[in-house]
Design a protein around this ligand. Structure first.
Ligand code: HEC
Length: 369
């Protein structure tokens, strides 16, 4: 009897000791913290906020509203760029929620239009719900602005497994933002780092000395490409050749005014891109001028690259012109592949110049200088 009681006592002492050695780490933001309200995504699917969308997941959340004429469009465009960098982990371990600040207006249908403009991705949900509940939800997620204009372009990210949450700006370097999100996953390996290095998009531009380029990357590239087609807004390739300088300055500095005045050209553009607006970005005249100069510069460069590409294709074609028509076609494809290789090298060169290693064989070939 006594032996048994002693054994029991010893066992409980050991258990107590173990508990003291390894206390369960208290999570600050756990299931008791997050409300488990019903929320709806852009397709009208309903979820329990904590159980279905947070529990056991890596979560990134930001706050938008679809009628916003300034920062939300840009923030969403940048979120789309970050998501591109997260690759196939999106919808697997990592989930992104863009939560509306105006649930009264943003029904699933309204959100759907907005989502379509930015491209739908597995694991990226635009959420709405009961206005009172959504208010509490965003307060709990740290978005505590008192009125819409005050709301920030930050996002909140966390890993529910370890309860580690933090806030980060979406306006910083996008590669770093992507890194920070991946870092929330303890499984994040060296392998994934090379993936980001390959993305390397924003990093190169941070080194630029061209006025306007940094601004373009930060504030415009989420929505516009220069050559290569439309993104969320129109392709800006050679836009100066198509439009007057003063009109372009107004698009950049006072888009809302241009819209309100019913400017015919801008109204037509609005109609062509109905789900997103060119945002008011609070640019100064100098900023606007610089960014237009950069668009001109980059357009000229894209034009040169196209001519160069064509010349290679022509050369390949001329070389085999004559009897072997089919073969010539095949060679042209090879040449095209080479041209892509050259482009890849040029990108490498961009990365090298970071480490101040002149890489002479590609000088002049880097489309980003
Ligand atoms: C949230 C997405 C978004 C961002 C960010 C954005 N734009 Fe736009 N932009 C648009 C859309 C959409 C249009 C088409 C007009 C409309 O629907 O408001 C447009 C139109 C334009 C036009 C007129 C194009 C034409 O064919 O005449 C120019 C120029 C332009 N944007 C430049 C910029 C520059 C420069 C920046 C960065 C400083 C920028 N935009 C940032 C979405 C965006």
């Amino acid at each position: 009897m006594i032996a048994k009681a002693l054994a029991r006592c010893a066992a409980s002492m050991i258990a107590a000791a173990l508990l003291m050695v390894a206390p369960a780490e208290a999570k600050t933001w756990d299931e008791n913290y997050f409300p488990n309200y019903t929320v709806y995504d852009q397709d009208g699917n309903s979820y329990k906020f904590y159980d279905d969308l947070v529990r056991g997941k890596i979560v990134v959340a930001n706050f938008i509203y679809t009628t916003c004429t300034d920062i939300c469009g840009l923030a969403t465009a940048r979120m789309a760029q970050v998501i591109e960098g997260l690759g196939d982990r999106m919808g697997e371990e990592i989930f992104v929620y863009s939560i509306t600040l105006t649930p009264e207006i943003d029904t699933p249908e309204t959100l759907k239009k907005f989502t379509t403009a930015f491209g739908e991705v597995d694991g990226w949900k635009f959420l709405t719900g009961d206005p009172e509940e959504m208010k509490e939800l965003r307060w709990k997620l740290g978005e505590r602005s008192r009125f819409l204009g005050e709301h920030r372009s930050d996002m909140v990210m966390g890993n529910d497994t370890d309860g580690y949450w933090r806030r980060i700006s979406l306006m910083g370097n996008l590669d770093s933002v992507t890194r920070e999100i991946l870092d929330l996953d303890p499984q994040f390996s060296e392998n994934s780092q090379t993936k980001i290095a390959r993305l390397g998009n924003q990093q190169r531009h941070a080194l630029s000395h061209r006025p306007g380029e940094g601004l373009f990357q930060k504030a415009c590239s989420g929505c516009h490409k220069i050559g290569g087609g439309d993104r969320i807004g129109p392709d800006l390739y050679d836009v100066s050749a198509k439009r007057g300088h003063d009109w372009l300055m107004r698009v950049l500095i006072e888009p809302a005014k241009l819209r309100d005045e019913g400017d015919p050209l801008f109204t037509e553009l609005d109609a062509q891109y109905p789900n997103v607006l060119m945002p008011y970005l609070d640019l100064s005249e100098a900023d606007a001028r610089d960014v237009l100069k950069y668009i001109d510069w980059r357009s000229a460069e894209v034009r040169e690259i196209r001519i160069w590409d064509q010349a290679i294709l022509d050369a390949a074609g001329a070389h085999d012109a004559g009897a072997h028509v089919h073969e010539a076609g095949a060679h042209a494809h090879e040449a095209e592949a080479d041209a892509h290789d050259a482009e890849a090298h040029a990108h490498d060169a961009g990365a090298h110049s970071h480490g101040a290693e002149p890489d002479s064989h590609v000088t002049g070939a880097d489309p980003n200088g």
